[in-house]
Design a protein around this ligand. Structure first.
Ligand code: CAA
Length: 380
């Protein structure tokens, strides 16, 4: 078993670390406060090849493996989880989905722009009444011969307003249940498509999350991804990989919080010595470090499975379940170690704590991951 990262992976990791420290850290507190999208930073991430990392270079991607992608998301998330979710959704839900399942014309028209970071994409599955229960789609895409007529509402859509290209999951044939669902490529500006109000969120406040409203939007048939009725499978297969990206985000948040807490504990004095000399604090750090390493092994293993042609639904779900729990617990403890300073914004850990929570919710809640895990282990 070889745990060594390749020269190329180390270089990419370092590039992401430098970028996060030099470009994401300045202004991260203000962006969070003002709910301001990191537009300039995302543009630069596109220039660095971080927006279409696993896409074939033929379509402007970086042609890298999943592990490199995970390393980048981890580094970005240590400092700015709002920027990292924009990248994660664009990379693993939008670009990977199109690269793997779209036809040549769709790739030429849409993927080339998304992978270069020229435009951003969004993945639209959740609805007011279909969050975890994703087969209960109320949005309809009625077959009208040469086009689908799209009607309905999508909720909590990451990149909701900043995206130009949306992958929308909708029900075409209710009789067929999940086999009657399609995935359609929708462009901003199509008549009848409206972006709803922005959500005022607990965490990842720099990312823009909106509802989307579709009112008789005509979607040309050529914008359907895959065969008729492939939409639900498209969503599940794409989300299986997406969950590795969110697991990497959780790992990054945990690591960022831990590193801040460790540094602080070596500077802050109480009872005549640095607080790291008190076992109450040293043991917290020992637990955090151990749990983060365990999460890292799960996350990298899931990426390795994907890169090596193994099934990664189970390993990705386990990685997301555990890494998100570690992110939440580590961030809470990092605030505790910072004491009163942890409760104010300047020390960053309260933001990481707020950001950590969403990793237990989006791209499948922890409870959904347990459904996926239990079904996979029981069928074996
Ligand atoms: N790969 C391929 N196919 C899959 C699959 C996978 N990983 N998981 C399920 N399927 C297939 C099944 O085989 C089945 O097809 P067949 O009947 O042809 O065999 C079909 O999909 C339906 O599967 P289930 O019967 O298991 O469906 P279910 O109703 O029991 O639900 C679920 C399964 C796993 C709970 C699913 O509904 C789910 O994942 N829910 C969570 C949804 C989710 O993650 N939402 C996140 C929104 S996206 C987001 O957050 C993005 C963002 O902006 C950050």
């Amino acid at each position: 078993m070889d745990f060594t990262l390749s020269e190329e992976q180390l270089m990419i990791q370092q590039a992401a670390r430098d970028f996060a420290e030099n470009e994401l850290l300045p202004g991260v507190i203000e962006r969070d406060d003002e709910q301001r999208f990191p537009a300039e930073q995302i543009k630069k991430m596109g220039e660095l090849g971080f927006m279409g990392m696993m896409v074939n270079p033929k379509y402007n991607g970086s042609g890298l493996d999943t592990l490199s992608y995970v390393l980048v998301i981890e580094e970005l998330s240590k400092i700015d989880a709002s920027a990292s979710v924009v990248a994660s959704v664009n990379n693993s839900l939008v670009c990977w989905g199109l690269d793997t399942f779209a036809n040549e014309a769709q790739k030429e028209k849409y993927l080339t722009k998304l992978a270069s970071g020229e435009v951003i994409g969004a993945f639209c599955l959740s609805e007011p009444e279909a969050g975890s229960d994703a087969t209960s789609q109320k949005t309809t895409a009625i077959d009208k011969g040469d086009h689908y007529l799209l009607n309905g509402t999508k909720n909590w859509i990451t990149n909701g307003n900043t995206a130009d290209i949306y992958l929308v999951i909708a029900q075409t044939d209710i009789e067929k249940g999940h086999r009657g669902i399609n995935a359609l490529i929708v462009e901003k500006g199509m008549p009848g498509f409206e972006v709803g109000p922005k959500e005022n969120k607990l965490g990842i406040r720099g990312s823009d999350t909106h509802s989307l409203l579709f009112n008789d939007v005509k979607i040309p048939k050529e914008n359907r991804i895959g065969e008729d009725g492939f939409g639900f499978k498209f969503a599940m297969k794409t989300l299986a990989g997406g969950r590795i990206g969110i697991a990497a985000q959780a790992l990054g948040i945990a690591t960022g919080a831990y590193e801040l807490a460790k540094k602080y504990s070596k500077e802050r004095k109480a009872f005549g010595t640095e607080i790291s000399n008190h076992q109450a604090i040293a043991f917290k750090l020992a637990d955090m470090h151990t749990q983060i390493q365990a999460a890292r092994h799960l996350v990298y293993k899931a990426a390795w499975d994907k890169d090596n042609g193994n099934d990664y639904t189970l390993s990705g779900a386990m990685a997301k379940l555990y890494a998100s729990q570690v992110a939440m617990e580590t961030a809470v403890e990092a605030v505790q170690i910072h004491g009163g300073n942890g409760f104010v914004k300047d020390y960053h850990v309260e933001r990481l704590m707020r950001d950590a929570k969403i990793t237990q919710i989006y791209e499948g809640t922890s409870e959904i991951q347990k459904i996926v895990i239990s079904r996979n282990i029981l069928k074996a």
